[in-house]
Design a protein around this ligand. Structure first.
Ligand SMILES: [Ca+2]
Length: 188
């Protein structure tokens, strides 16, 4: 999983007659995409927008993060303002990298904080949100655990804490608990 904070842009191209633009960005990583909100009437937008993209495949081709910048227009098709590519495999994992990326052809710069973590499963993000509280689902879980009752400890809860700041190491906290016993937090 790649967490991205799009911080800001600077010296972007003016596309509107007023000498400004309404820039937003489109990110693409393999087949995962994300579109940011537009910031109106500026060439130095402050987005401060955070989102995740998933690395579905581990091959090098899918590890290129592509970003394009567009000018939002109310009455016509949005205008293309610039593009850049970030080679993610050159970045150390489990670290936050504060990157200033130059758009091609001198079309300005983007600043983004990128963190690649080991989680590649899209299900992980929604694991807790999708926790089924129904009696039927509860029984299914108990049945599933019954098979491994002989184990002294089972991982039945995971708490992931991500610290997002430039240069920070990503830390994870896990809550391990014995079936029916008290939770034991551990940090790795
Ligand atoms: Ca515009």
């Amino acid at each position: 999983m790649v967490n991205i904070v799009l911080v800001e842009g600077s010296d972007l191209l003016a596309m509107d007659p007023e000498g400004t633009s309404d820039p937003y960005c489109k990110f693409r990583l393999g087949r995962d995409t994300y579109k940011t909100k537009p910031i109106y009437e500026t060439l130095n937008p402050k987005w401060s927008e955070q989102f995740d993209l998933y690395l579905y495949d581990q091959d090098a081709g899918s590890q290129v993060l592509e970003v394009t910048v567009w000018d939002k227009d109310q009455r016509s098709k949005d205008d293309f303002m610039g593009r850049a590519a970030v080679e993610l495999h050159t970045l150390e994992k489990e670290m936050s990298h504060d990157l200033t990326v130059s758009l091609e052809d001198g079309a300005g710069k983007l600043r983004l904080i990128t963190t690649i973590s080991g989680t590649t499963d899209p299900e992980a993000k929604t694991f807790l949100a999708q926790w089924d509280q129904s009696a039927e689902a509860s029984k299914k879980r108990k049945d599933a655990f019954r098979l491994s009752r002989t184990l002294s400890a089972l991982n039945v809860g995971i708490l992931i804490v991500r610290v997002l700041c430039p240069g920070c190491t990503v830390r994870r906290a896990y809550v391990r608990r014995t079936w029916g016993g008290p939770p034991t937090p551990t940090v790795s």
